[in-house]
Ligand binder design. Structure first.
Ligand code: ADP
Length: 489
């Protein structure tokens, strides 16, 4: 099966979020299942050409790609995903991608990604490589299914190519003014109120992707159901509802080499499920280096997050007095909205014996918190998949999470399962998006922590879980097969 995976970000080349992790890891796992896979992304000026050994693709040379009526010169650079033999092609067009960042608020943001979408298709043509499936990810790639079926349908090499549209966060939809239609040379008759390209009066890339691809996926099963509702659908629920039969969720995997407590180079003390001594030592190390009181009898609760409303920081703010009054210690890492940053700065200063906050982005510290904390708090309002709760489970850092999206699919509440007669729980979770539900659940976790035997069982349950990409890649292959069957029909 030949698969072209297209993404505006791919780790480790360029990353703003979880999408890059998926685009960097999934292709390697797909290759291991036997897929013939090629990855496509823009060549941003921030990508280090020598470090990643990019080389010029002479077989293609200069390729003019028309956007807004102007042919822009495009060149292709090529490399492989680090640690693999997966080919990756970089669409090099400095006019659009030398901007210092991946996404911009520039007037020609639509043109940047129109060019990317068209150039991917034209690269496939020049490589004479006809994919069975094009796997598109989020709005920056969402015009490809339509372009293949419309603008490039003259080319028989795409006659059987199916498309799959993956949604990593429904909140980002690619909305642009009416001129975008002509810049992309899309048929104007596709744009009318309620039509396939129209959303709230704007041209919507994601809507086109949803309606013109064979299969739609998102990054957890629960999120796939949630985005069909007005509460979580960000206005796209009705459009998605029209494709409900073709929509499903596949949980992201995690990088199990990067996030492994037995080998994690960021941890002063390694540990495993069989020998947790290292975790206790990491906790001591954390407490000592943050100036928190050295207390082994109370839990250390970690937070690592973008500090934004999506991640449930309003709930934390609402119950902060309650939370800080509990017999626990806190370590908080994150950046984001100023009001939340200020809140945690203030807490760290006024309660310096029990709370420590680092406002910034720090990967070393993120690993250290996972390696040393007892619990991890993630009360998201919505969470398409979420990674940190999976890292936490793997590190025996028991997650406390709101039951939404990927959190609902990965964290199993200890008491809920216990009441059903089974000891499989690996965390604590709550439904209501209220400060009260959050603080009661944290209290429940703190109470449970006092029973060391039970706690060890909860930790062990989480540490045994398999979050590698292998299982998810197999599910994607099934989706690709479904997409191909639909296209051929
Ligand atoms: P999202 O992509 O919505 O931000 P995820 O849980 O899917 O949420 O992924 C967030 C990733 O970014 C995790 O790997 C997490 O450890 C990391 N991260 C978030 N904030 C920080 C920070 N301040 N410092 C270090 N790592 C962070």
């Amino acid at each position: 099966m030949k698969v072209a995976l297209v993404s505006s970000e791919v780790a480790p080349f360029a990353k703003t979020g979880g999408l890059a992790d998926v685009a960097g890891a999934l292709p390697k796992a797909l290759k291991q299942t036997g897929c013939d896979i090629k990855v496509f992304m823009p060549k941003y000026s921030t990508i280090d050409e020598s470090k990643f050994e990019l080389h010029y693709e002479y077989s293609i040379g200069e390729m003019p790609v028309r956007v807004g009526g102007i042919p822009r010169p495009v060149h292709i650079q090529q490399s492989t995903l680090p640690g693999s033999t997966v080919d990756i092609y970089f669409i090099d067009c400095p006019h659009f991608f030398d901007r210092g960042k991946i996404y911009t608020a520039d007037w020609d943001e639509d043109e940047r990604f129109i060019l990317f979408n068209k150039a991917v298709i034209e690269t496939l043509q020049r490589l004479q490589w006809s994919p069975d499936v094009v796997h598109c990810n989020d709005w920056p790639t969402a015009l490809i299914p339509l372009l293949l079926k419309d603008n490039y349908n003259w080319d028989s090499m795409f006659g059987k190519t199916a498309s799959i549209m993956s949604i990593h966060n429904i909140g980002y939809q690619g909305l642009f003014p009416l001129e975008t239609l002509s810049r992309a040379e899309l048929r104007p008759e596709l744009f009318y109120p309620g039509g396939p390209l129209e959303f709230n009066g704007a041209v919507c890339f994601l809507k086109a992707g949803i309606l013109f691809s064979e299969i739609i996926s998102t990054v957890s099963e629960t999120y796939a159901k949630e985005i069909l509702t007005p509460e979580y659908g960000a206005g796209m629920d009705a459009v998605l509802g029209s494709r409900e039969a073709d929509l499903s969720g596949v949980l992201n995997g995690i990088d199990v080499d990067e996030w492994n407590p037995q080998t994690d180079k960021h941890l002063p003390h390694k540990y495993s499920m069989k020998n947790m001594e290292g975790k206790n030592k990491n906790k001591e190390y954390l407490l000592e280096h943050t100036g928190l009181q050295s207390r082994n009898d109370v839990p250390l609760i970690g937070i690592i997050s973008r500090m934004v409303a999506q991640k449930g920081f309003d709930l934390i703010a609402e119950s902060v007095h309650e939370l800080m009054g509990m017999d626990a210690q806190w370590i908080i890492l994150g950046t984001g909205e100023e009001r939340f940053e200020n809140l945690f700065r203030a807490i760290g200063q006024s309660l310096s014996h029990k709370a420590w906050a680092y406002i910034g982005f720090n990967n070393d510290l993120a690993h250290l918190i996972e390696g040393g904390a007892d619990m991890f708090l993630m009360p998201s309002l919505y969470e398409p998949c979420g990674l940190n709760q999976m890292y936490s489970l793997r590190y025996g850092t028991v997650p406390i999470a709101r039951k939404t999206g990927g959190l609902a699919d990965t964290v199993q509440d200890w008491h809920e399962y216990l009441s059903q007669g089974s000891e499989v729980g690996d965390g604590f979770s709550f439904n209501d998006a209220t400060g009260f539900a959050l603080s009661s659940t944290v209290r429940r976790a703190i109470e449970t922590f006092k029973d060391k035997k039970v706690w060890q069982k909860i930790q062990a349950n989480g540490m045994q879980r398999d979050f590698s990409w292998t299982a998810s890649a197999k599910k994607y292959v099934t989706l690709y097969e479904n997409a191909m069957a639909k296209r051929h029909a």
